[in-house]
Design a protein around this ligand. Structure first.
Ligand code: PSV
Ligand code: MN
Length: 388
């Protein structure tokens, strides 16, 4: 069995935030398959998220999406989370589901609509004060479908102005994190399509504005770990939205489509000082479980991140540096691959058990009876879903 003694203290530092929306029904534009027992409100989403933390010890916080997770009292929701052993995390704004935003939100040429989008972010910042959240995460659906549809330069200027107004509102201990996405729902151009645009925009704002890297938001073949390296080098990697893609923004379980890519990303995270309690980089999942059960889907995801983190931490850094410096291409590659091919699962099971956690969180959840209890208990009411 692999010896994890040297990296165990670092494994202790792992924390992965769960998205509240992963627990609601989701699907494609073709069909949403409803699942029995799915939460009907943010309280039930948090109860489900707490199950993931209970069985893994890896997921102490839950991100909210506004307005999907609007409640009468955020203080009460915070208390509820606390009672369930978790805390509220990142607040995600949503400017993509209101008719007014058809042609854009914070980039809109109509001042009324642009102000409405800014005001929505002010509301999110107020909520952050009540939930105790550090990060405001902004993803924009803004863009155009046709060449000539709008003036791209003007939109970029309005984006900068809107972000400045939002940034000026966040507290001294809070951050604005700007997520990029290369396409969808706009298909000709997206106003924040890539890390460079996000970086240019947040760099103009100040120290507390950072880039969010969603692993699903790149063209096929993109070397994402290079982007991770560069953003860490520039001190601007704020957070990850982890998921997997085969073709588009598939939002599949992280590490499912390409475990090696997840490993390579985590190698650069560790190399660049983006891992652990000394780092401010937030690890978050952004996933939708369309056909698989949601709670085990999230458990599988955080375990995948933990396994790849362990492998990345196991790399013999001194040997790697020596091989790189001496120009030994094959030796350097072999050192990396040795770590990747190390099966850390038995050792992680023992590590968990030593901490009083289940050796096999998937099995422990399945045996817990929680799934049956929510199917039985959550009868009536409207199930939460992507957009509801
Ligand atoms: C957009 O595709 C995105 O990745 C953003 O993070 C949104 O907030 C999230 O998905 C909604 O599911
Ligand atoms: Mn995302």
């Amino acid at each position: 069995m692999t010896d994890l003694t040297a990296i165990a203290p670092l494994l202790e530092e792992q924390a992965i935030e769960l998205p509240s929306w992963a627990f609601g029904n989701s699907g494609t534009r073709f069909k949403v398959f409803a699942q029995p027992g799915v939460p009907r409100d943010p309280y039930e989403k948090i109860a489900d998220a707490a199950q993931v933390h209970r069985h893994t010890g890896l997921a102490p916080t839950v991100a909210l999406h506004i307005p999907w997770d609007k409640v009468d009292s955020y203080a009460d929701l915070r208390r509820h989370a606390d009672e369930h052993g978790v805390a509220l995390g990142t607040i995600n704004s949503n400017t993509f589901q209101d008719d007014d935003y058809k042609l854009g939100s914070v980039t809109h040429s109509d001042d009324r609509i642009r102000q409405k989008a800014i005001d929505h972010h002010y509301e999110c910042i107020d909520i952050m004060g009540e939930t105790g959240s550090r990060d405001l995460k902004i993803w924009l659906a803004d863009g155009t479908n046709y060449p000539g549809q709008d003036d791209m330069r003007g939109r970029q200027d309005r984006l900068a102005d809107s972000l400045q107004k939002i940034y000026d509102r966040i507290g001294p201990d809070q951050r604005l994190v700007l997520e990029y996405k290369f396409f969808e729902p706009s298909f000709y151009h997206t106003d924040v399509p890539d890390w460079g645009t996000s970086y240019a925009q947040v760099a103009a704002l100040g120290d507390r504005a950072m880039v969010c890297l969603d692993t699903g938001h790149h063209a096929p073949g993109t070397n994402i770990e290079f982007i991770v390296m560069q953003l860490l080098r520039l001190g601007k990697l704020g957070s990850f939205d982890f998921n997997s893609r085969f073709y588009a923004d598939d939002d599949l379980i992280v590490g499912a489509a390409d475990p090696f890519q997840l490993f390579r990303i985590l190698v650069e995270v560790v190399r660049g000082g983006g891992y652990g309690t000394d780092s401010d980089v937030a690890f978050m999942l952004d996933q939708c479980h369309n056909i698989e059960d949601k709670i085990p889907g999230q458990i599988r995801s955080v375990l995948n991140v933990q396994e790849m983190t362990a492998r990345a931490l196991l790399i013999d850094r001194d040997a790697l540096t020596a091989a790189q410096r001496s120009g030994d291409v094959l030796a350097a590659n072999e050192i990396l691959m040795d770590a990747f091919y190390t099966d850390v699962r038995p050792a992680l099971a023992a590590y968990r058990e030593a901490k009083g956690l289940p050796a096999d969180p998937m099995a422990a959840y399945a045996a817990s009876g929680y799934a049956a209890s929510i199917v039985e208990g959550r009868v009536g009411g409207a199930q939460a879903g992507w957009g509801a």
